[in-house]
Design a binder for this molecule. Sequence first.
Ligand code: HEC
Length: 227
Amino acid sequence: MGGVNLLRSPLVLNDEDGELILPVVQTGRQNPGMPVMPPFPLPPDDVKAIAEYIHSVVATARPQGAPPAGAEVALNIVVGDAKAGAAYFASKCASCHSATGDLQGIASRVSEPMQLQNLWVAGIGGGGGRGGRGTAAGAAPTEASSRRPVTVAVTTADGQRVQGRLDRIDDFIVTLTSADGLQRTFRRVGDVPKVEITDPLDGHKKLFVQYTDKDIHDVTAYLVTLK
Ligand code: HEC
C-alpha cells in the first residue's frame, strides 16, 4: 500500500480549498515508518485543482470509516510468525513472565487478538478475566486501578524507612499509603528524604521503545497460542 487513505485523512477533511493540502504536496512528507512522499513543486493553482478533485471524490465516497463495499471483512491481525514470537518471548519477556505460569491461558482470558495485543504492548490490565484494554477512551481509569500499583520507599533523614503505594509526588512532597491503609505525606527538600520509586511496568516501558512492527506481530501470534 502507498500513502495514507485520503478519504479518511483529517487533513483532507479539514482542508477548505487546498490551503492544508498545498504544503504537503509542495514539500512532501517523510514520516518515520511511513512511505515517503516526494515533494511536487507544483504551482498553487494546480494544487488547488488537485485539492478540488480530492474533495469531489471524498464528497461522493461512502461515509467515513465505512467498510469497503461487499462482504464484511473481519480484520485478521494475527499475521506474525508464532515461532519467532516464542523466541522473542524467551529472550525479552521470560525474565518476568512464563507461558506456563502467569500467562498460561492468556489467550482464553483475552480471546480477542487485538485486545491481547493492546494488553501486552501497553502492559496494562490485570488478569482475572478482565477483557484487557478496550478501545474506548473512557476505559483508562479502570485499567489504571486494576494494574499493580507503583510503589515507593521513603527513607527519612533519621533512617526510618516507610513503604507503600505511591499516591502523589512532586518536587515538594511525596504521599504514600502503606499496607495498613495509613496515608502519609513527607516534605521533600532536595534529596531528603530518599525516595525510591518502583513501577511494575518499567520493564514494559523499556521494551516499548524497542519493538518493531514485526516483533509485535510475532509476539501476538505466539501469545494467541497460549490458550
Ligand atoms: C521487567 C519485567 C517485565 C518484562 C520484561 C515484561 N513484562 Fe509483561 N508485565 C510485567 C508486569 C509487572 C505486568 C503487570 C502485571 C499486573 O498488572 O498485574 C505485565 C503485564 C503483562 C501482560 C498482561 C497480563 C495480564 O494478565 O493482564 C502481558 C500479556 C504481558 N505483560 C506480556 C509481556 C510480553 C509479551 C513481554 C515481552 C515482550 C513482557 N510482558 C515483558 C512485567 C514485565
